[in-house]
Ligand binder design. Structure first.
Ligand code: ASP
Ligand code: MG
Length: 493
């Protein structure tokens, strides 16, 4: 069995859902269970509508709801035709009627509790899953729409509910497993669940990946596929460096580290239920069904490259705190940490000595009052427009000379490093530079550390494709390296 999760952009319109149908068809032999997000942007719109209604502007929120109705019915009609639409229209309209009544209720009571917010946001996945189930059925797939709230049991922490593993396993085995055994294809909404009492909950924004992992774990699936709109996780941001390519295989810890330092494809923490059970997770591109994507597993084999990836996190401030003369050194660090704690400040990198501490924070989340507090106990400087570059890879553990070659490479790009960090776990090397230096440094580092074709999945028989930047501004050349190691060049469009 394979869990196939399709994100918002993979189901954003009729054409995208048509592609989903073909991708699911290609996996039929593997017994798919399909999990879908709301159509792209719908959850954001539902959030907005809830806020509008609560602030008393029911009219605007109902107008937005009309927009959603048109979009969903339009998409359904394109996919199903008039006849097919007639079969599901009743159910879709019933959901819209509920949403409408709900918005009016919010406008009357002027209060949006976490519990009602969950109810409000659930409409997006309820609608998308109905439409996708019907669209796949019209295309000859034996789908059954399944209510996620029957299969996924959570605690009552509304807006960020956590699954109850035993209860979920029991319900999933009851409601999903028999369908799969009978050769049918369950289609369900991600992100939504319910408490044991049946009250609707959600798993937090972006929670459909979490749903896929939870369902996969509960059904002991062989694999989980996260279909999105990019070619898996990349060696670096392709907008910064045209040579970036897909990482074939990455460990869970590495993926988590990447997410923390700015990679935006998915929150690996949400894959934990699957990883703990050793179920591999694949991140794939629904716009290019042939892509091999990225495979995430608890452990990943050593790649040919030193690192798995390079990330850049911009919009960072570098704060330098030096104990003022005359202030007792004893207790200095404690006072700094206490100040950070008072503002619940989440710092990224820290470097400490007896009388000074430097740390970085997201500039947008750095309160001016924190700096004022620190100034009372220390000399403080704060510089914005900095960036953290982070090289991630478990293979660097215990290998001498790697930090040296990283910093040599940065030096060869004529860039000054402001701060350095490497933890004892040796899973990453991070440092701070000026924001404006980011593209140059990333390109230099990528060229230095990702020179091999076909990154992490060693296998002599596999063909690997390498993108080579073709001088300045030119198109990219593809070097195809055959199993015999001969290189042939072609052009990428
Ligand atoms: N639709 C939800 C969101 O936008 C869940 C998801 O797409 O994963 O947050
Ligand atoms: Mg997502």
């Amino acid at each position: 069995m394979v869990i196939m999760k399709f994100g918002g952009t993979s189901v954003q319109d009729a054409a995208a859902i048509g592609r989903v149908a073909e991708i699911v068809r290609s996996r039929q032999a593997q017994h798919p269970v399909v999990v879908v997000s709301a159509f792209a942007k719908v959850t954001d719109q539902l959030v907005m509508m809830g806020q509008q209604a609560t602030s008393g502007d029911a009219e605007t929120s109902l107008q937005l709801l009309e927009g959603l109705r048109v979009r969903h019915l339009d998409t359904a009609q394109k996919l199903l035709g008039e006849k097919g639409l007639a079969k599901v229209e009743g159910k879709l309209q019933a959901t819209f009627a509920q949403a409408e009544a709900f918005l009016k209720g919010l406008a009357a009571i002027r209060e949006l509790s976490p519990r009602s917010s969950d109810q409000m946001l659930s409409f997006g996945e309820l609608l998308s899953s109905e439409i996708v189930a019907a669209a796949l059925a019209v295309r000859g797939l034996d789908t059954v729409w399944v209510d996620s709230r029957k299969c996924l049991v959570t605690d009552a922490k509304h807006t960020r509910a956590l699954p109850l593993a035993d209860e979920t396993r029991a319900q999933a085995q009851k409601h999903l497993a028999p369908l799969v055994r009978a050769g049918r294809i369950p289609v369900m909404g991600g992100f939504i669940a319910a408490t044991e009492e049946g009250v609707t909950t959600t798993l937090g924004r972006g929670g459909s990946d979490f749903s896929a992992a939870i369902v996969g774990a509960a059904l002991d699936a062989e694999a989980i596929e996260i279909w999105t709109d990019v070619e898996g996780m990349m060696t670096t941001d392709p907008r910064l460096c045209p040579d970036a390519r897909t990482i074939r295989h990455i460990s869970f810890n590495e993926a988590a580290e990447l997410a923390y330092f700015g990679a935006k494809v998915l929150h690996p923490a949400t894959l934990l239920p699957a990883i703990q059970q050793d179920i591999p997770v694949f991140v794939l591109n629904s716009g290019n069904a042939k892509s091999k994507g990225t495979r995430i597993t608890a452990q990943a084999p050593r790649g040919r490259d030193t690192f798995r990836a390079i990330t850049a996190k911009t919009g960072v401030s570098l704060v330098n705190v030096v104990a003022s003369r005359g202030v007792m050194v004893h207790g200095f660090l404690r006072s700094v940490f206490e100040a950070l704690d008072r503002y619940a400040a989440s710092v990224d990198l820290v470097a400490i000595s007896e009388v000074s501490m430097s740390f970085t924070m997201d500039s947008k989340r750095l309160p001016a009052a924190l700096l004022a507090d620190l100034e009372r106990i220390a000399d403080v400087t704060c510089e914005g427009q900095q960036a953290i570059i982070c090289l991630v890879g478990e293979d660097i553990h215990g290998k001498p000379g790697i930090a040296a070659s990283v910093f040599e490479t940065v030096a060869s790009a004529q860039v000054n490093i402001r701060m350095i960090s490497q933890g004892a776990s040796e899973i990453n090397i991070s440092f701070v530079i000026r924001e404006s230096d980011v593209p140059r440094v990333v390109q230099h580092l990528h060229a230095r550390f990702f020179t091999h074709a076909g990154a992490a999945e060693p296998g002599p028989k596999k063909k690997a494709v390498e993108l080579v930047a073709n001088g300045r501004g030119g198109g990219n050349r593809v070097k195809r390296v055959s199993s015999a190691g001969k290189a042939t060049a072609g052009k990428v469009n």
